[in-house]
Ligand binder design. Structure first.
Ligand SMILES: [Zn+2]
Length: 454
């Protein structure tokens, strides 16, 4: 049995050069949504592959029509099981002085035991944590084999991931996948994700004529596309409660059960912390059951932006000829994204027959994790070892595009080991990651590898 002290000693021995590697990978601006960063994406893949080789693994970079995917394997005993850990190494855009960033997002800084830069927590820090744990597991002669899948298109919805996965399939010996790209509920309470929502995004455009009109000459008789768009939105969703009004959509999923809501209530979700971490002034609901149901177990209909009309200084009494709303729907396990889109389209066209509704890039299917297995119990035990507290089950309202393809293509169970904290600013300004999450994460992984080897 491996002791905490043995792991702690190896962490101390390696910490300084690990942080140098962490800095090197975080400072590469691997922003997947901006084509100008394509060379940085390629550099990140090459550097990541060298990290795996450096600790005695083999690695391969699979190219796709889009960005590459890094795969690696550390073989400790060919007869033992293999755990494959998924992370992504691309990041969200960030610019100093913009959207609240008062640091240079691609300069790695350390203050006390906190690391700052874009990607420190989402998701390069958790990726490095798993890698370092694998290094320790090898050193301690733990027999479990460890693989890595590091994607570089997660932040843009994983459009080419399947192409890489088909190339990985003949090589991988994974018996299960661990996804490490999720967030705890509070700093005191580790969480294990049991489901993720899916996503469809689309644009609704209403065009009513060939040019802008004078509101004095035509107003009253002419249709106003912005107002019709507002009507369409109100026809689809109650703006105050967020309840979706799309006909028959409620037939496509099960409303959260009493038992599930009991779990959510026990999860340690704190309304005050949630509001503070996300800088929310007032929520739609004031109790944990309704809030967690809304963010984890119910679909949403959101409007992200409306384009149209005059928005410059002063007034211009014009009736625009066209307007577009960018919307999306988060979907819960059980919902088929194609069916949900068809229902939304039909509902909108019933209200406004000449609206044009176009799906925006890919769809992400919702996902339900495997629960009540021996592996689940071992992960819980490992997290308890690493952080001194058993995780609670929680759901995740967001989406990770790679999960459903991995579970369907590799035909193995998918589990979650998230390490990030809400205050680490996922996708937000001044992103950070704390050493205590890295250290606890390493201990948890090493323990899990040990528990699996038996
Ligand atoms: Zn992420």
């Amino acid at each position: 049995m491996i002791t905490e002290n043995q792991i702690q000693q190896l962490i101390q021995d390696n910490k300084n050069h690990w942080i140098k590697d962490y800095k090197a990978i975080v400072e590469l601006p691997s922003v997947s949504s901006q084509p100008v960063h394509k060379p940085d994406i390629e550099k990140t893949a090459r550097l990541a592959a060298t990290f795996i080789e450096k600790i005695g693994g083999t690695s391969k970079i699979f190219t796709t029509k889009g960005n590459p995917v890094v795969w690696g394997r550390i073989e400790n005993n060919p007869l033992s099981p293999t755990i494959c850990i998924y992370n992504h190494l691309d990041v969200q855009p960030a610019e100093k002085g913009q959207n609240g960033w008062n640091r240079d997002p691609f300069v790695f800084t350390q203050e006390d035991n906190k690391f700052y830069a874009r990607g420190t927590t989402d998701d390069k820090g958790p990726a490095m944590t798993a890698l370092w744990a694998a290094q320790i597991a090898k050193k301690l002669q733990i027999q479990t084999n460890i693989e890595f899948i590091w994607e570089l298109e997660e932040e843009i919805g994983s459009p080419n991931f399947q192409e890489a996965l088909d190339q990985i399939k003949p090589l991988t010996k994974a018996n299960s996948i661990i996804v490490s790209d999720t967030v705890w509920l509070t700093p005191e309470q580790p969480a294990m994700t049991i489901s993720m929502r899916g996503l469809i995004a689309f644009e609704i455009t209403v065009t009513t004529g060939g040019k802008d009109l004078h509101s004095g000459l035509c107003g009253g008789a002419a249709r106003n596309p912005i107002m019709e768009l507002a009507g369409i939105i109100e026809h689809c969703v109650d703006p105050v409660t967020g309840s979706i009004k799309i006909k028959d959509l409620d037939q496509t999923y099960n409303a959260p059960s009493k038992e599930l809501l009991d779990e959510f209530e026990k999860s340690g979700f704190s309304i005050a912390y949630f509001k503070e971490a996300h800088k929310i002034q007032k929520l739609r609901f004031d109790n944990v059951r309704d809030i967690t149901a809304a963010i984890w177990a119910k679909p949403t209909f959101e409007v992200h932006g409306i384009v149209g009309g005059y928005t410059g200084p002063g007034n211009k009494t014009v009736i625009p000829n066209t307007a577009t709303a960018k919307v999306s729907m988060r979907l819960v396990p059980g919902q088929d994204p194609t069916k949900a889109f068809e229902l939304a389209k039909k509902h909108i066209l019933n209200y406004c027959s000449d609206a044009v509704i176009e799906m925006d890039h890919g769809i992400l299917k919702p996902f339900k994790a495997t629960t009540n297995t021996i592996e689940n119990e071992k992960i819980k035990q490992a997290i308890d070892f690493g952080f001194g507290k058993k995780p609670v089950f929680a759901a995740e309202g967001g989406s990770i595009g790679a999960i459903v393809p991995m579970s369907e293509t590799l035909e193995v169970p998918v589990y979650f080991m998230g390490l990030s904290l809400p205050e680490d600013s996922y996708h937000g300004p001044n992103e950070s990651f704390q050493w205590r999450q890295i250290e606890g994460g390493i201990k948890s992984y090493v323990k899990y590898f040990e528990l699996i080897s038996k």
